[in-house]
Design a protein around this ligand. Structure first.
Ligand code: NDP
Length: 391
């Protein structure tokens, strides 16, 4: 019998659990494990007891190995934090269990993310005869699949890609983040970076801005950030000359972030406070609203997509593939806001295709290395219908 082990019971873990239950014929027994049991209990109650729950400290490989063995897991869906990617991957290697995550490994002490340490495990995944699927969220995730789909059906060669991520949701707070505040603020406050003609070009944080008119949302200020899917896409999309990533932020978000940065609240180094060591950004996380609690109050839409430009049959072509999701619709379906929803559904789809053997392989893979068609079909039926426009 199939057993699906989900690690991490945050905003994304909740959506994955709900969606796996909706696809129970494929996922079989569903076990949700997290650092603390409280959120697991809430999710189990929402699902009328349809899942089993337990605790695990996924920073400890031995604990994850024990849990995989006890549950006889057929797959591990890692939706804890990026800090746990390597320990969970190592446990999957030791137990020969397929692995999937939604975010690139980061070390808690260094705000830098890259695939190096995860790609280095490719040989061990091959030796164990298992598949590891990296970045099966929306971005990374669906955006990589959009690129592969554009490559397969629309272009002979893609020359430029812009990934455009808009969250026009309003939660009514002066300042809150839509997913883990620590991960989110580290990403946004870091230097920007894009890739052009074989080189990475670095920018100051939020230095480059363009206004993009997002269908069903309208024009929004969109800022250039570094984002992890670019690292694999520059390797896997042949003929690419430039790739950039833009995300929308409102003026209020940027103002708050600048102030927090100026006063040192985004620091990741421990400081002494009244005889105790505290890490400023962790303390800030305690003060900010829990992203999982934003669902009930968020209104508006997300629109995430890619614009690709290149050549088809000797003629220039430009297309836009995008997905629009309404926050309130997400909450009505799975008690979660749109950012967790648009991450959790692709995680479930990636795992479903792996369990069905539709996506298979031995080693560690990024999403665009898989055939995109089955994933795109699943998006249409699992709550993330997409559009293609010729520009
Ligand atoms: P949350 O902070 O809401 O949830 C993280 C969960 O992981 C919490 O339940 C937490 O437990 C648990 N956890 C943390 N450390 C451990 C540990 N050592 N052992 C076991 N469990 C642990 O985060 P989100 O749900 O918002 O995000 C989940 C992941 O999704 C992150 O990696 C994030 O970067 C990624 N993401 C990816 C996106 C994409 O499009 N690709 C977009 C958005 C997010 P506790 O409740 O005890 O704190």
């Amino acid at each position: 019998m199939t057993t699906t082990l989900i690690i991490g019971a945050g905003g994304v873990g909740r959506v994955v659990a709900h969606k796996c239950v909706m696809n129970k014929d494929v996922f079989g027994r569903i076990v949700l494990a997290s650092r603390s049991i409280g959120r697991c209990e809430t999710i189990k109650d929402e699902l009328n007891g349809a899942i089993d729950i337990t605790t695990v400290d996924a920073d400890k490989t031995e604990e994850v190995i024990k849990l995989i063995n006890e549950t006889n897991a057929s797959i591990v869906i890692n939706v804890a934090l990026p800090y746990q990617d390597l320990t969970i991957m190592d446990a999957c290697i030791a137990t020969k269990t397929p692995y999937l995550d939604t975010a690139n490994y980061e070390h808690p002490d260094e705000a830098k993310f890259e695939y190096k340490l995860q790609w280095e495990r490719d040989t061990k995944f091959k030796e164990a005869g298992i598949m590891g699927l990296l970045g099966s969220g929306f971005d990374p995730g669906a955006t990589n699949v959009f690129c592969a789909y554009a490559q397969k059906h629309y272009f002979d060669e893609i020359h430029t890609i812009d990934i455009l991520d808009c969250n026009a949701g309003d939660h009514g707070y002066a300042f809150a983040t839509n997913f883990n505040p620590e991960i989110n603020l580290r990403e946004v406050s870091a230097n920007g970076r894009y890739w052009e003609n074989g080189e990475w070009i670095e920018t100051k944080p939020l230095e480059i801005m363009q206004v993009w008119d997002y269908p069903e949302v309208g024009p929004k200020d969109s800022y250039l950030l570094y984002h992890e899917e670019m690292e694999s896409l520059v390797q896997n999309i042949k003929g690419l000359k430039r790739i950039r990533f833009f995300m929308t932020f409102g003026q209020s978000y940027i103002k708050h972030m600048e102030v927090l940065q100026n006063v040192g609240m985004l620091g990741i180094e421990p400081i002494e406070h009244q005889g105790q060591q505290i890490i400023p950004i962790e303390f800030l996380k305690t003060l900010l609203p829990d992203p999982a609690s934003l669902g009930a109050r968020t209104k508006g839409k997300t629109n995430i997509g890619i614009v690709a430009e290149g050549i088809k049959d000797g003629k220039p072509r430009k297309i836009y593939i995008y997905q629009v999701k309404d926050h309130e619709e997400c909450y009505a379906e799975v008690k979660s806001q749109g950012v967790s929803y648009t991450t959790g559904v692709p995680a479930m789809i990636g795992a479903k295709l792996m369990l069905q053997g539709i996506w298979s392989g031995q080693g560690v893979f990024n999403m665009e290395q898989m055939d995109p068609d089955a994933f795109m079909d699943e998006m249409n039926t699992q709550g993330l219908p997409w559009q293609v426009k010729e520009l």
